[in-house]
Design a protein around this ligand. Structure first.
Ligand code: ZN
Ligand code: ZN
Ligand code: ZN
Length: 374
């Protein structure tokens, strides 16, 4: 197995923070307020062990040094974050007003982008402290902030994809028939960890009619001979995400099961083949959907074709009708069409694809034919 990638440096984080502050200014914002969560991890490498009611907030504005407001008791942890040398810490002790520490850092009548997962209590208190300020969702204001990955990020995403592929190859060898979905899901989680994941986000095992519900995770149902089984699993390895789906069959498939699987495979291949710099995100959805529509199964493809992936397993850009954002080399996202026949079975095939100058490159490369399991 390959060794862990070199950690990101304080300089890497500094560049990201400068770019974020500049993007905010370009979008007409006075700055960005970033609470603990994926944006803070991406910008500073800092992830408090537990997010509590105590205010932790990164304040970014173009032309200013980044400032991280932290509770005094968590300051030693924050100082150890890889991006800490690039930020100035402002700590506040219990009993003091953290908003009184934060308010002087902000324009009194500015409009700020605030991370989507900031607690409402913090936003409401800031609005009360600075009634002239206004706020926008960071993801809505700067949807593409984290979308284009650099070479070091792509290396991590490729490693996560390879680990997910290794997981799929191993799961094909386990017994499905006579075991519960939950048991196969536990196998998937064990394998992802065995192949280097530090976090497992989902392990979908949708057998028979459960496969027709794209949000079904795994349950008590015992898998039987004759079942189609949708497998969709992923998590984080070295801080970056994996997410892949394959649909397998227990024993010999019926002609219809094989046909629907072939159709989804064709749609997935078409979606991947359409990936080129400059192509709009919605075009990937249209191309994959057209294949399923033309075969008469359009009403059974009930979700968007894909989503971005990075320090989280679901993030912009979204491959969905109406998203006109052009693809840019370095973007990384899923292509995952599916067909869901209510009460019967579902099929989904998903790979992570990265945009290169030459087109799409898949980060998942296991076989896409309908595999037979026991
Ligand atoms: Zn069957
Ligand atoms: Zn998935
Ligand atoms: Zn996905």
């Amino acid at each position: 197995m390959t060794s862990a990638p070199a950690p990101f440096t304080a300089d890497d984080y500094k560049v990201r923070m400068e770019r974020a502050a500049q993007s905010a200014a370009d979008a007409g914002l006075a700055g960005l307020l970033v609470a603990p969560g994926p944006d803070l991890v991406w910008l500073t490498g800092y992830q408090p062990t537990a997010t509590t009611e105590r205010l932790t907030l990164l304040v970014l504005a173009a032309g200013q040094d980044p400032i991280l407001v932290v509770p005094t008791l968590e300051a030693p942890d924050a100082e150890r974050a890889p991006g800490a040398p690039a930020v100035t810490l402002r700590d506040w002790t219990d009993g003091k007003d953290p908003y009184a520490v934060t308010a002087p850092l902000l324009d009194f009548d500015g409009r700020f982008g605030i991370s989507d997962n900031a607690w409402a209590m913090h936003l409401l208190a800031l609005q009360q402290a600075l009634p002239g300020t206004s706020y926008a969702s960071l993801t809505e204001a700067l949807p593409m902030l984290r979308a284009v990955k650099d070479a070091h990020e792509l290396e991590r995403l490729a490693a996560a994809g390879a680990a997910a592929d290794a997981t799929y190859e191993e799961i094909l060898k386990v017994r499905f028939s006579g075991r519960r979905e939950l048991d196969v899901a536990a196998d998937l989680a064990d394998l992802l960890r065995q192949f280097g994941h530090s976090q497992v986000d989902f392990t979908v095992v949708g057998s028979g009619p459960n496969g027709a519900n794209p949000h079904h995770e795994a349950g008590e149902r015992t898998i039987e001979n004759g079942d189609m089984v949708v497998l969709d699993f992923g998590g984080l390895k070295h801080g970056y995400g994996s997410d892949t789906s394959r649909t397998v069959h227990v024993g010999e498939p019926s002609a219809e099961e094989q046909e629907v699987h072939d159709l989804v495979r064709e749609a997935q291949n078409a979606g991947c083949a359409a990936v080129q710099p400059g192509v709009a995100c919605q075009e990937i959805d249209r191309v994959a959907r057209a294949v399923i529509d033309e075969a008469g199964y359009g009403e059974y493809f009930i979700h968007r074709t894909g989503h971005g992936i990075g320090v989280t397993t679901h993030e912009p850009p979204y491959m969905i009708e109406g998203e006109e954002q052009p693809l840019v080399p370095g973007m990384c996202f899923s292509v995952e069409p599916g067909v869901y026949l209510p009460g019967r079975f579902g099929v989904r095939i998903e790979d992570i694809v990265t945009v290169t100058d030459e087109g799409g490159q898949r980060l998942n490369n296991t076989v896409r034919e309908l595999m037979i399991v026991e």
